[in-house]
Design a protein around this ligand. Structure first.
Ligand SMILES: C[S@@+](CC[C@H](N)C(=O)[O-])C[C@H]1O[C@@H](n2cnc3c(N)ncnc32)[C@H](O)[C@@H]1O
Length: 356
């Protein structure tokens, strides 16, 4: 099902756009100019920090990057193997928050009722904009990058690690990640960022984390093990409101789906236990690619251990009960017991047998 934006977020965006910039969401052509300018800036300077002092950047972040990153974050939350109704922490920090799509997500889904939300960005402008928009939060002046673990703190880093890549603070940040027992990291679904997250996954496992999503196992990542170029990323369909379609009409790029790479990590015992008993111990796999319709057979990339695995079934078996159809990316499936496995450590074919 396609993801949609919550009306409360759209209202908050529209109010600020009118009050602060004397623009409306229906001003598609003019909004698109600002979005194009910021996209060009990011393309030209991929590791540069967001130029918040520029009005065109503020507008582009407000009407384009905030809503689309909100949808990506919403999609990543939905990839947890079970729904969290309350956050398992007492404090959450969104680091490099910008207009904090994560803060909005936690707020609008009532996930921070009893949790203190701290926002940190080295630039004060997005925090001022967020106050005017009415997001409840506390401002963090400077994070404490101490490395001792904090017992019940969660943190998010969304679309920020790339900006930190050239930052002299980067090593401090990097080590500082492991003080948070619940970590939520999202990056663009691009090769460089996706492979960077594979390295973070490896370090997380060494630091006793469980990867709640996207992985269903804790063996080495097959994409990192057996390829120098592949990376783990997800794609979701989105359904955007009319004003955003109008805005996109004036852009050279259109988004009918969104890609992202992500990691949801924890050391919290309750979550680890639940994950261990429901996901790790079972033959669960995650669908990690689009379904390929090949001659005589259907093929689907799945991740379930350290091999590159493909579920394959013959078209003539399509009515068999053993066949899993309509698989979508990100879905967790049980690997059926009626299967034959053939191939090598690098590439495994799981052939589903007909039960007819
Ligand atoms: C691409 S934006 C992402 C904003 C937001 N997290 C999101 O998901 O839309 C990156 C943010 O990181 C902030 N940032 C970059 N370097 C930083 C640093 N060294 N310390 C704190 N914030 C930083 C920028 O000001 C910017 O708001």
């Amino acid at each position: 099902m396609a993801l949609t934006l919550p009306s409360d977020l759209v209202r908050a965006i529209e109010n600020l756009l009118t009050k602060q910039f004397s623009l409306r969401l229906s001003d598609g052509r003019s909004l698109a100019e600002h979005v194009k300018r910021l996209s060009d800036y990011y393309l030209k300077f991929p590791y540069a920090t967001t130029p918040w002092q520029e009005k065109w950047c503020q507008i582009a972040q407000l009407v384009y990057f905030l809503p689309l990153n909100y949808l990506r974050i919403q999609a990543a939350w939905s990839r947890l193997p079970w729904k969290l109704d309350v956050l398992p922490v007492s404090q959450w920090t969104d680091v490099g928050c910008g207009l904090s799509p994560m803060g909005w997500y936690l707020h609008l889904n009532s996930l921070i009722k009893d949790v203190r939300l701290f926002l940190y960005d080295h630039d004060p402008i997005p925090l001022k904009m967020l106050r005017l928009m009415g997001l409840p939060f506390q401002q963090m002046k400077q994070p404490n990058w101490a490395t001792e673990p904090k017992s019940s703190h969660g943190a998010s880093f969304t679309f920020v690690l790339t900006e930190l890549e050239k930052d002299e603070q980067r090593d401090k940040w990097h080590k500082g990640l492991w003080q948070f027992p619940f970590l939520f990291i999202v990056e663009p679904g691009l090769q460089h960022d996706g492979r960077y997250l594979l390295k973070i996954r490896e370090e997380a496992l060494k630091n006793n984390y469980f990867v709640l999503a996207p992985c269903t196992h804790h063996q080495p990542c097959p994409l990192k093990q057996h390829s120098k170029t592949d990376w783990c990323h997800d794609r979701v369909l989105i359904s955007i409101p009319e004003w955003m379609k109008e805005l996109q009409h004036y852009l050279p790029f259109k988004n009918h789906s969104l890609t992202f790479s992500y990691l949801i990590l924890t050391t919290l015992p309750a979550l680890k236990n639940h994950y261990e008993s429901t996901v790790l111990s079972a033959s669960k796999a995650r669908v990690i690619g689009d379904t390929l319709n090949l001659k005589g057979k259907i093929q689907q990339a799945v991740c379930w251990n350290d091999t590159r695995s493909f579920l394959t079934y013959l078209k003539r078996d399509i009515n068999s009960q053993a066949i899993l159809t309509d698989l979508t990316r990100g879905q967790i499936i049980d690997i059926p017991s009626s299967m034959t496995v053939q191939g090598t450590k690098e590439r495994l074919e799981i052939r589903l047998k007909s039960t007819k």
